[in-house]
Design a protein around this ligand. Structure first.
Ligand code: ATP
Length: 243
């Protein structure tokens, strides 16, 4: 899962500075995401997770630093079809069916038509193929948005709080799905404010007040803090940084 020295990280953020509404949201943030890893971006509400994600997908004006994805500037034309992004809000058309939505996003990235049913099956929505997206349940809607993002087989998949508000069984199914895509080589960044999702990730980035508190495996972070779980480790690190 770790990079070989010859292989650059999938995502490389260096000294990123972001100002929004006149406020410095990310003062000086650096991190690297290895290829093929599932990386959890964990932190409380308002920590700056969505802002960082926006910078990674090239949707955020940055005031300083660099964000490189697959060796190219974030959001630049050579990588647009290679990076999938699922926002917190439903990112598909509610007045189209699941199939119509996924077919539309397939056409945008030039994916073959036969990838549409395959992707819908992969996210477990075969029975909802002809259902209007606006009539799906919350978990189904998240999976439909995922299908739209996945249909072009992105090498990097960025998911902003995909499991928020979903019941434990659906969260479990979604994590199994992320794992399958990672095993097929996709690099996945998942943001969450639910610390118990840490155990699902290969690596974790703890973020608070726009700063990285920790970047490593859960085992490394627990060893470093002496904490029993991710939540206590986070609190320990937050306490240290405030001291
Ligand atoms: N346009 C804006 N103007 C001013 N402040 C903003 C703007 N957008 C975001 N912020 C602030 O930036 C901070 C980080 O917001 P961000 O959405 O990145 O956090 P988050 O970690 O994703 O939170 P959540 O888990 O609640 O989605 C928050 O304090 C938010 O109020």
């Amino acid at each position: 899962m770790e990079n070989s020295p010859a292989e650059p990280p999938a995502i490389d953020v260096s000294s990123l500075r972001v100002v929004r509404g006149g406020k410095e949201i990310l003062p000086d943030l650096s991190l690297a995401v290895p290829r093929g890893a599932v990386v959890g971006l964990l932190g409380p509400s308002g920590a700056g997770k969505s802002t960082l994600i926006r910078a990674i997908v090239g949707a955020q004006i940055i005031a300083g630093g660099t964000v490189t994805v697959l060796g190219h500037e974030a959001g630049s034309p050579p990588i647009r079809a290679r990076v999938g992004y699922v926002t917190q809000a439903p990112s598909i058309y509610l007045d189209l069916t699941v199939r119509e939505n996924v077919a539309y996003f397939a056409s945008l990235v030039g994916a073959a038509a036969d990838t549409v049913p395959h992707t819908i099956n992969a996210v477990g929505l075969a029975d909802q193929t002809d259902q209007l997206a606006g009539t799906l349940s919350g978990g189904q809607l998240t999976r439909a948005s995922l299908a739209a993002a996945l249909v072009g087989h992105p090498e990097v998949l960025i998911l902003d709080e995909p499991t928020v508000g979903l019941d434990p069984a659906i969260r479990n199914d979604l994590w199994a799905l992320f794992r399958r895509f990672a095993e097929a080589g996709t690099t996945i960044v998942v943001s969450s404010h639910v610390m118990d999702e840490a155990v699902r990730c290969d690596r974790l980035v703890f973020i608070r007040d726009g700063r990285v508190l920790a970047d490593g495996t859960l085992a490394e972070i627990l060893a470093e803090t002496g904490a029993e779980d991710a939540e206590r480790a986070f609190l320990t690190l937050a306490g240290r940084s405030a001291a």
